[in-house]
Write a protein that binds this ligand. Structure first.
Ligand code: ZEM
Length: 290
């Protein structure tokens, strides 16, 4: 005979349905502030997930999305992370409502949710990241510098374990969002639809004429036709380099191919260095508004 008071306390083990609830909560709040940027927190949440993951170093196994160490200074103060407080703060009420999820899993789930809700491809997801403390913060300088070119891109992304095709596929994320003069110093969006994922970034790179923008800010390009779009020096590097440019052409010509490769490479990015338990299930969340 046993009754509840004798039973061991039941540990809450969240399942797919529980993570889908978190997904739904984020999806339903993405456009809650009409005056935030282009009307959606999606782009800045994608950038948070990317910067949490892109610190990975394959040689030492340090960095990556396991840990969510950008919560802490010095990592939160790294120049590359300027402005990401907006994304972390957006997610605080979600963490409060679902306290069982780790920050590290939440940030990546928010990235997955944002890509899907902005009409991108399904991104497979696995849970199991653990939060780590300030001692696990990565050194400054692991994320790419927008002012530099192809050699720098290769150094940074090869360190994470990506090849040329994967680098170009990842850059397609710049179809989303914009640069902010009070964050990176750069200004403006890359495409005319910054809250919808398309292959327009590649098309615009190839089809537009790009010229240096005349202004007091950091060196960036503007399109000659409307002067309302931008490219970073690092963006231009992927059409200045012959091997990168071949992939730009592939993705400009074929949105389905871009979506397929983007989904695979983002999944790889978001899982860099994460010590998943053997047998961890891979899930695909059901879109809410997409
Ligand atoms: Zn970005 N990125 N990025 N990026 N990025 C910015 C914004 C966004 C580089 C970069 O310097 C910058 C990837 C790769 C690279 C997003 C996603 C991804 C900004 C503007 C800069 C300067 C920040 C600001 O002022 O707010 C460089 C040099 C990269 C190397 C190739 C990859 C990979 C990404 C995801 C897979 C997104 C979504 C944004 C827009 C953020 C927003 O707030 O709108």
């Amino acid at each position: 005979f046993s009754n509840d008071s004798n039973a061991a306390p039941k540990l809450f083990v969240p399942k797919f349905e529980d993570y889908q609830q978190v997904y739904n909560e984020i999806a339903n709040r993405l456009e809650e502030k009409e005056d935030y940027d282009d009307g959606s927190y999606g782009p800045v949440l994608v950038r948070l997930a990317w910067h949490a993951s892109g610190t990975y170093d394959k040689e030492t196994g340090t960095g990556g999305s396991n840990g969510a160490t950008m919560r802490f200074s010095p990592e939160s103060d790294h120049g590359a992370n300027a402005g990401l407080k907006a994304a972390r703060d957006f997610l605080e009420p979600v963490k409060a409502k679902f306290p069982w999820i780790t920050y590290s899993d939440l940030w990546i789930l928010a990235g997955v949710c944002s890509i899907q809700e902005m009409l991108g491809p399904a991104i497979p997801y696995r849970a199991g990241r653990q939060d780590r403390d300030v001692a696990a913060c990565t050194p400054d300088g692991r994320l790419p510098d927008a002012a530099q070119g192809q050699d720098h891109l290769r150094n940074i992304f090869y360190r994470m374990g990506f090849n040329d095709q994967e680098i170009v596929a990842l850059c397609g994320a710049h179809a989303l969002g914009r640069c902010h003069s009070d964050r990176s110093g750069y200004s403006g969006p890359w495409t005319f639809s910054p809250t919808v994922l398309t292959n327009d970034y590649y098309k615009l790179l190839l089809d537009e004429k790009w010229q240096w923008k005349k202004w007091n800010g950091p060196k960036q390009y503007e399109d000659k036709t409307t002067k309302s779009l931008m490219m970073l020096p690092a963006d231009m590097a992927i059409i200045q380099d012959k091997k990168f440019k071949e992939w730009v052409k592939v993705y400009a010509a074929d949105n389905d191919k871009f979506f397929q490769d983007f989904s695979a490479v983002v999944n790889k990015l978001f899982e860099l260095g994460v010590p998943f338990k053997e047998g961890t299930e891979t899930w695909t969340f059901k879109p809410v508004n997409a």
